[in-house]
Structures are given as C-alpha cells and as structure tokens.
Design a protein around this ligand. Structure first.
Ligand SMILES: Cc1cc2nc3c(=O)[nH]c(=O)nc-3n(C[C@H](O)[C@H](O)[C@H](O)COP(=O)(O)O)c2cc1C
Length: 349
C-alpha cells in the first residue's frame, strides 16, 4: 500500500484544474522518484510474468501513453507496480500543443476530455530523459516509446516525422508505438485508412528492419500501432490485414473517442477533443474483439480504454487482449488500481 491513501490526495488534486493537477503531480514525481520519498506512492509489483511479442513483461498492466509525454517520470510511475510504462507521444520537434484550457474532468462518468495536441519537449529531450531512467528497467520493467508527428508537418509528409521518431527512439525502446489515432492533430486519424496506412507502415517497417539489421541482429524492437475506437467493422478488418501484411508486431486498442453519446448533457461534454475513461470501455472492447477475430490467436493485442477496476482489466483479456494499459483510471482511482488490475489478471489466461 502507498503511504498516502489516494482518497486523501484526490480532493486536493481535484481542487485544481485538470492540467494544473497533472503538472503538479508529475513535477512532484519527477523530483521525488528514486528517493526515500517514493514510498509515498510506491507499491510492490505483482509478479505475473508473460511473454508477448518476444518481450518478457513482469505483469500484464501498463501505463498508457500521454501521461508522461516527455518520459521524465519512468522510475517514479513504474514504482506504482506497473509491468510496463509507455511514454510519449513524442514529436521530432518540441511543440506547445493547443491553447489552454484543454483538459477537462467529467467526474460523474469517471472520464476526461483532452485536446492537448501532443504538447511535448521534442525528441532530443525525450531520449535524454528515457536514458536517465534506471530503477524501473533494472527491476525488469519494460518501456514503450510512442511516436507521432508535429502539427506543422503536412499530413502528406507524416511518414518523414515518424521515421525521424523511429530512428531516434529505436536504440532506447523495449517497444515502439506508432500513434495514428489521436483526435487532436489535424488529419492524423486519416493515416488509419487503407492506402495511407499501408504506405506509412511499409516505410516504417522497412526502416525498422534496417535498424535491426545494423545491430547485427542483436537487437529486436517490436513495433505496435495504436488505433482509435471510432472505427467500423470493415475499417478494423482492413487495418488488421494491413498490420499483418506489413509484419507489424502488435496493435494497441484503443485511443480516446470522439463520440459523446455516453456523456451527453454532462458538464464539459461538448468540449472538443478525445474522451477517455469509463465511456470508452465498451467501445474499446468492441474493437479488441473485432481485432482478435480478424488477427487470430497469438497476435499481440494491448487493450486500453476505461479500465477502472480489476474486473475491467480482466474483461479486456476476455475480449482478446494479451496486456492492458490504463490512464484515466489512475486519475480517478489512484495507484492502488495498478495492483488491483495486476492481481485480477494474474494467471487469468
Ligand atoms: C490527457 C490525455 C492525454 C493523452 N495523450 C496521449 C498521447 O500523447 N499519445 C497516445 O497514444 N495516447 C494518448 N492518450 C490516450 C491514452 O493513452 C488512452 O489510449 C486513452 O485515454 C484510453 O485509456 P483510458 O480510458 O484508460 O484513459 C491520452 C489520454 C489522455 C486522457
């Protein structure tokens, strides 16, 4: 158990606007990680080793991308008991993101809406931060590095940004995630459609194989693609076929949703951006089920979206996921959710 119970912390944090609370928390973790004060939020990691995409994960629960966009809190966040931490989305150049306010809580729905727009310090600073992380990796935790494109890069040149990202993160990643599903970068999600996806993934895969070959085959880095929940059955099946055809190692389902059906009438429901948390749980499970049906047994699927309890995490496994990530659940439930999920999934499949 963390030294400070989250029910005492949450009202304090919820007294600030959502992004301010986020910054305060990350700044505190960045400062206190790897010091004795880490016991304020640290918990023992539940051991449930599982091999997915050739990687040995210490357990099945991971932190989803976007909470630590600059990769500066890997050790502190890892100490919450995660088996893996995904950081980013990083873009080649630093960029400020959209105007504030751009992050909103919908507490009645255990949800958030964000339109941050890949605010981050850029690839060089990201890689330096990732290289500084020590204790989480030393203890067997895995780190995924999530790449995207700058807002100013025209969508026709998106592949150039992803290739820069791939080259930059390759030496430092346990796995790489290609994020083509944020609703907050103009036209980004169009990269999920047939020819655009095929063209992007074939270039990325070719470069990744070249990078692996340049290590003399000593270093293999699985590459995953992260997709949206707002896709119909036909779109999911085309994506599944394209992933397989290009030899992509796995898929992360899903990002936030642009649908507002589940939160209609609630304060902030009409804010533009991606909705996360409980309202995306079913939509993400639906995509996971479709992916598993299309991809068959054995193809790595990481399920994410609306996990707020151990039972939710198990439901992702039942839908077809091999591993599970969370973000919004951590804001509403605190670090205890990490061990709840790890425990609920231990030995489940
Ligand atoms: C504030 C916020 C920022 C996010 N930023 C990113 C991001 O930079 N890259 C990414 O791939 N996903 C990002 N996500 C999506 C999450 O990783 C996750 O896919 C989504 O929120 C659904 O999971 P959840 O319901 O557990 O939050 C973000 C989510 C939130 C709430």
């Amino acid at each position: 158990m963390p030294l400070i119970p989250y029910p005492l912390i949450r009202p304090f944090l919820f007294g600030f606007d959502a992004e301010h609370a986020h910054e305060l928390t990350l700044a505190s973790i960045a400062r206190l990680q790897n010091t004795p004060a880490q016991c304020l939020w640290a918990q023992a990691r539940i051991s449930d080793p599982v091999t997915v995409a050739g990687l040995k994960f210490p357990n099945r629960i991971g932190l989803a991308a976007g909470l630590d966009k600059n990769g500066r809190c890997i050790d502190g966040l890892g100490a919450m008991g995660f088996g893996f931490i995904e950081v980013g989305t990083v873009t080649p150049k630093a960029q400020p993101g959209n105007d504030k306010p751009r992050m909103f809580r919908l507490p009645a729905a255990d949800a958030l809406i964000n339109r941050l727009g890949f605010n981050n310090e850029g690839l060089a600073s990201f890689v330096a931060n990732v290289r500084r992380a020590r204790s989480f990796r030393a203890g067997g935790g895995l780190v995924g590095l999530n790449i995207g494109k700058n807002a100013a890069t025209p969508i026709e040149n998106a592949a150039d940004d992803y290739l820069i990202g791939l080259e930059g993160v390759f030496p430092h990643a346990d796995y790489i995630t290609v994020n083509i599903s944020s609703p907050n970068t103009k036209n980004l999600r169009a990269l999920q459609s047939d020819e655009a996806l095929d063209a992007l993934l074939s270039r990325l895969q070719e470069r990744k194989l070249a990078l692996e070959a340049a290590t003399g085959g000593t270093r293999k880095v699985p590459m995953f693609v992260k997709i949206a929940p707002d896709l119909d059955e036909e779109q999911v099946s085309v994506i599944a076929a394209t992933l397989k055809a290009n030899g992509i190692d796995g898929v992360i389902a899903t990002n936030t949703t642009i649908s507002r059906e589940a939160v209609q009438g609630q304060p902030h429901a009409d804010e533009a951006g991606g909705l996360s948390g409980r309202p995306v749980f079913e939509a993400s499970n639906r995509v996971i089920r479709l992916l598993r049906a299309a991809l068959g047994v054995g193809y790595p699927i990481i399920g994410v979206g609306g996990v707020l309890s151990g039972a939710d995490a198990r439901a992702k496994l039942s839908a077809g996921a091999d591993l599970v990530q969370l973000y919004t659940g951590l804001i509403y439930k605190g670090p205890g959710l990490v061990s709840d999920c790890a425990r609920a999934m231990a030995g489940a499949r």
